[in-house]
Design a binder for this molecule. Structure first.
Ligand code: AP5
Length: 217
């Protein structure tokens, strides 16, 4: 599959992307994960991105496009990809369209995960992420708790909250989403690629996405 996952911070893009990649081996490409890895490794990109991320602002489009132009040409993308958190602005979506045409790649769907605001706020404050960079499993202290002692069920590392999970950063991320990312719903509707799902259960959403892909095949 070659799909884009749209949705507000905390809508469950990462959770749904992981389930979809387990299903058919399509690779999950999360710009958030790529940027957090760069911050951890202290690369030039990481140093530049950290300030924006900690505030809950978007990282400049030119930096993101540089990353994605290279990433989408990776051999592992041939099987398929799930774009999680990219594109995030109209200029990114326009540049992605040109890039995919150049690479001769057709998108199957752009899926919008629609989740009520109160549910999103609750999910963001209760999320925990495995601190092992090679694992990064996502948990939720209410809906999907880690092992006792706050340990990852997969690798046993401690689970932590992300640096952008402060109240101020969460508020800013949601405002930035409304202003810069929500317009992508209209963009992909015009492109004839949009599927909009009320996404309260990630498993049900995954089944809906599979059905939509089948009906397109
Ligand atoms: P990024 O990492 O993409 O963060 P985000 O979009 O804010 O999304 P999240 O990762 O917070 O949420 P999610 O939708 O993946 O939800 P999750 O599955 O974890 O980006 C971080 C930052 O990087 C940005 O702020 C920006 O600075 C920068 N950046 C990244 N991409 C960029 C780009 N393209 N351009 C510019 N800047 C960029 O789920 C959330 C919680 O809910 C978890 O605890 C989970 O267990 C729980 N949960 C999920 N689904 C369910 C469910 N169905 N029922 C109950 N609980 C659920």
């Amino acid at each position: 599959m070659k799909i884009i996952l749209l949705g507000a911070p905390g809508a469950g893009k990462g959770t749904v992307a992981k389930l979809l990649s387990e299903f058919d081996g399509s690779v999950q490409i999360s710009t958030g994960d790529i940027l957090r890895a760069a911050v951890r490794e202290g690369t030039d990109l990481g140093k530049e991105a950290k300030e924006y991320m900690d505030r809950g602002d978007l990282v400049p489009d030119f930096l993101i496009m540089k990353i994605m132009e290279a990433r989408l040409q990776g051999n592992d993308c041939e099987k398929g990809f799930i774009l999680d958190g990219f594109p995030r602005t109209i200029p990114q979506a326009e540049e992605l369209k040109i890039l995919l045409e150049k690479l001769n790649i057709n998108l199957d769907l752009a899926v919008n995960l629609n989740v009520p605001k109160d549910v999103i706020l609750d999910r963001l404050t209760t999320r925990r992420t495995c601190s092992n960079p090679d694992c990064q499993a996502i948990y939720n202290i209410k809906s999907d708790p880690p092992a006792p002692g706050g340990k990852c069920k997969i690798c046993g590392s401690p689970v932590t909250q992300r640096d952008d999970e402060t109240e101020d950063a969460i508020t800013n991320r949601l405002e930035t989403y409304n202003e810069k990312t929500a317009p992508l719903i209209g963009f992909y509707q015009t492109e004839g690629l949009l599927k909009d799902f009320l996404s309260l259960s990630s498993k049900e959403t995954v089944e809906e996405i599979k059905k939509s892909l089948k009906s397109k095949a």
